[in-house]
Design a binder for this molecule. Structure first.
Ligand code: ARG
Length: 247
């Protein structure tokens, strides 16, 4: 009887022992930056970076949930601890590095200038006197401002609104990261064929994941994951899925 009881207790203890749950982190993404971050038909985050983070989490044995958060203010939320990571195609810049910590680079882009199909420029100087739109406080806006060519900048909450204005003739050009420009030129049903990428800036930019300063543990996990995905070929698979085959 005693023996029976002990066995039963042991079994119960095993059954009730807490399963070692994977550490869980929350990442914020502004899902209006296709194909890097967008919403699927059920309004769930999808795209290159959500897929990348999902694979990364699996590779290092953690869980990462991606939430859609507006770009304007997205950095504030990581500073106040509303979420752990900003995963929103954020270019690593010296200015931003003063306030936040970045992982190693995970994707490279350049700025691309979109014009209505059939129109062309050959340098940023040709934007003189033109109305140029882009997403507020993005590196595209910074590049035009820095070039100081006498363009009139219009900053939008969302690059899609800038493109809408471009197609309606309310502005003359839009600047954004090149994979996003490509998506509007080739993939997005209502804009494909109506635009062209007329100019690309030379300076390469690297995307990094953003965390609150000092979160070394998390940076280490993310960097390990970035490395593992590169080595396993998973990174290439995700890039092919969302960005097409590299030539
Ligand atoms: N790479 C640019 C930057 O860091 C634009 C990023 C915008 N991302 C987004 N999901 N809206 O400034």
């Amino acid at each position: 009887m005693l023996r029976h009881c002990t066995l039963a207790l042991v079994a119960l203890a095993i059954m009730c022992a807490p399963v070692h749950a994977a550490e869980k982190y929350v990442a914020a993404a502004d899902c209006y930056w296709p194909p890097m971050e967008l919403l699927d038909a059920n309004k769930q985050p999808t795209g290159y970076s959500p897929d990348f983070l999902k694979a990364l989490a699996k590779a290092v044995g953690i869980e990462i949930e991606v939430r859609n958060v507006a770009w304007d203010g997205i950095f504030g939320g990581v500073a106040t601890g509303q979420y752990d990571i900003v995963s929103s195609s954020v270019t690593i810049t010296e200015e931003r590095k003063k306030q936040f910590d970045f992982t190693d680079p995970y994707y490279e882009v350049v700025q691309a200038v979109l014009l209505p199909a059939g129109q062309h420029i050959s340098s940023l100087k040709d934007l003189k006197g033109k109305k140029v739109g882009g997403q507020i406080a993005t590196t595209g806006i910074f590049v035009v401002r820095k070039a100081d060519v006498g363009a009139e900048l219009k900053e939008y909450d969302d690059v899609g609104l800038a493109i809408e204005d471009l197609l309606k003739g309310r502005i003359d050009a839009v600047i954004c990261d090149d994979p996003v420009a490509m998506y509007y030129v080739n993939k997005k049903a209502d804009t494909a064929g109506k635009l062209n990428i007329s100019f690309k800036a030379q300076e390469k930019e690297s995307y990094g994941f953003v965390v609150k300063k000092g979160r070394k543990d998390l940076i280490e996990k993310l960097n390990k994951g970035i490395k593992l995905l590169r080595e396993s070929g998973e990174e290439r698979r995700i890039a092919e899925k969302w960005l097409g085959k590299a030539d």
